[in-house]
Each structure stands twice: as structure tokens, then as C-alpha cells.
Design a protein around this ligand. Structure first.
Ligand code: SF4
Length: 301
């Protein structure tokens, strides 16, 4: 049975240690999802599609949402009332500089484990969780090595960074569009990309107290636009641009998404490379912004 999630702050290791398959949902564009009230209320296309599709995933036993933005919180609330399966909202504190905030997130992960046990799983033993964490760490180490090897080879195209939140499946075509316009995505700062990987687990800490090490690795390792202050996100972007020699940044956000839109002005002020903001909508084809991407890359070439 699957547990459907989207948030980068929901650790798949914990879901697996509770006996479920962790299914990270990238919804398909669905312009008709949430017709009426949701659409009129200005709910972002991602959340509208997520509400429609999360409970329909084959084999879904439960849905877990993260509290990163008002729209996702509202989406979880709507789903909890409508969906025929249990829904859990993981509260992720926006502040991150206090021990109280860190403790709160750890407690939320324990609450999630208890929820998954009630949904038909098991409350994970320390050994089971540590084993899942070790397996995930080995996989991520292989991915990091492969990415470093790929980055060391000469590559064609103007290197740029894509930064923003989650993408609907159809919008992954942006990667192809960048390549077709003579660019190359050297930094994937979108949800699901390198920005949202947790920091490496400390093996000794993971054996000693796995849930605390799991919580700290995600809490410390994932910079995001909703965090206050958002300095961690900007520091990460600055380091990533320098490391990969990115010559421009494309900020990708959905219409109605204030969380990511609010970052664009500050990025334009503090970065030395040009910034293009794309506001995506599930009702229009990629062609709407193809000319803007092309013009941006021609300027950088
Ligand atoms: S795209 Fe923006 S508004 Fe939509 S779920 Fe993500 S952060 Fe929230």
C-alpha cells in the first residue's frame, strides 16, 4: 500500500519504515480540477490538481501533506473532508533558528509515525528506521557521484539555474525547452531537485537516535521559500550558481503562488546574473513562454 506525499519535508524513509511504499506525487495538469469555488478563490494550479489526484493514486492508503504554504494547508483541509482515505497535515515550522522549532518538527515526525501506524502500518523500530536511512543514504551518494561525474564532463549549452517550487508533470517539458533554446539546466533548484535533498545522515547519530537524526537532516538540509528568515535559500542559490557557473536563473512559479513570487525581487537585487520569472498556468501551453525563454537564453549566450 502507498502513502502519497509531495512535500520535501515528508521523509520517505519514515513512510517506508512504517511499512508503506512512499509515493511522491507529481500531479498532471488538470485545468478543470477544483472548478468553481477553488478556482475562483485563486488556489494555485498545483494544489488544485493535487487535491483531485492524490486520493486516486492506485493503492493509496493515506495522503500526507506539508504545511509550507496557506494553499497547501487549505488543500489538506479540503481533502480531509472529502477524501475516502486518511489525510495527515505535517506542520513544518517556518522559523528554523530556535531549538523549539527543531523540537516541534521532530515531534511532528513522531506524530506522523503514529498516524501511519493507525492507517494500517507499524510504528517503526529504531533499527528499521536506521536501515531505511542507510539505504537512502547509499542511493543518494550514488546519485551525487553520478551528478559530479556528469558535471565534470564538458557540456554544451548555456548553464542556467531553475529555481522554484513543485512542477506539474507537463511542466517538466521546461527542461527540454531550455535545451532546445541552447541552454542547459546546471542547477535544479525545484522541488524534487538537488535543493530539496536532506543533508547526508551521520551514520553514528542515525544508529543512536534515528528519528532525531532524520528530523535534523531534513530540517537543516532543505532550504525553502517559506522559511523565515529565508537566508538559507538565498545562500544555497548563491553557492549553487557559483559551483556550476550558472549564467542566469529562471524562477518558476505558478499563478497565485506568492511564496515563490516574493523571492524574485530579492534574487534580482542580490544576484549578479540575470533573473527571468515564469508564471506557469495549467491552462496554457508551454508555447506561451517559449519565446521568453528563448530571448533570455539568447541574451546570456
Ligand atoms: S506552488 Fe506555491 S502556492 Fe502552490 S503549493 Fe507550491 S508553494 Fe504553495
Amino acid at each position: 500500500m502507498k502513502v502519497v506525499y509531495t512535500s520535501a519535508f515528508v521523509p520517505p524513509e519514515l513512510i517506508e519504515a512504517c511499512g508503506f511504499e512512499a509515493h511522491r506525487l507529481a500531479p498532471r495538469a488538470d485545468p478543470r480540477a477544483g472548478e468553481g469555488a477553488l478556482y475562483a478563490a485563486g488556489v494555485c494550479p498545483f494544489v488544485r490538481a493535487w487535491i483531485a489526484q492524490a486520493p486516486r493514486v492506485d493503492g493509496a492508503a493515506a495522503v500526507v501533506a506539508g504545511s509550507e504554504c496557506d494553499q497547501m494547508r487549505r488543500g489538506a483541509d479540503i481533502l480531509a473532508r472529502r477524501a475516502p482515505l486518511p489525510v495527515f497535515l505535517l506542520n513544518v515550522p517556518a522559523t528554523w533558528q530556535t531549538e523549539a522549532a527543531r523540537r516541534y518538527y521532530r515531534d511532528e515526525l513522531r506524530r506522523l509515525a503514529a498516524f501511519l501506524e493507525a492507517a494500517g502500518g507499524v510504528f517503526p523500530s529504531g533499527d528499521a528506521l536506521a536501515a531505511r536511512m542507510a539505504a537512502a543514504e547509499r542511493r543518494r551518494a550514488r546519485e551525487r557521484a553520478a551528478a559530479a561525474e556528469a558535471a565534470s564532463r564538458p557540456a554544451a549549452g548555456v548553464p542556467i539555474a531553475l529555481v522554484g517550487g513543485p512542477l506539474l508533470q507537463e511542466d517538466a517539458a521546461l527542461f527540454g525547452l531550455v535545451a532546445a533554446c541552447g541552454g542547459r539546466v546546471a542547477v535544479n533548484g525545484l522541488d524534487g531537485g538537488e535543493r530539496t535533498a536532506p543533508r547526508a545522515f551521520d551514520p553514528r547519530a542515525a544508529r543512536r537516535n534515528p528519528i532525531e537524526e532524520l528530523a535534523d537532516a531534513y530540517f537543516d538540509g532543505v532550504p525553502d521559500a517559506f522559511r523565515r528568515p529565508d537566508d538559507g535559500l538565498h545562500a544555497w542559490i548563491g553557492r549553487a550558481l557559483a559551483r556550476h557557473g550558472a549564467r542566469g536563473l529562471i524562477m518558476v512559479r505558478y499563478v497565485w503562488c506568492d511564496t515563490w513570487h516574493a523571492e524574485t525581487g530579492r534574487l534580482r537585487d542580490e544576484l549578479r546574473v540575470p533573473v527571468l520569472e515564469l508564471d506557469l498556468n495549467d491552462e496554457v501551453p508551454l508555447a506561451r513562454y517559449a519565446t521568453r525563454v528563448q530571448a533570455f537564453l539568447e541574451m546570456l549566450a
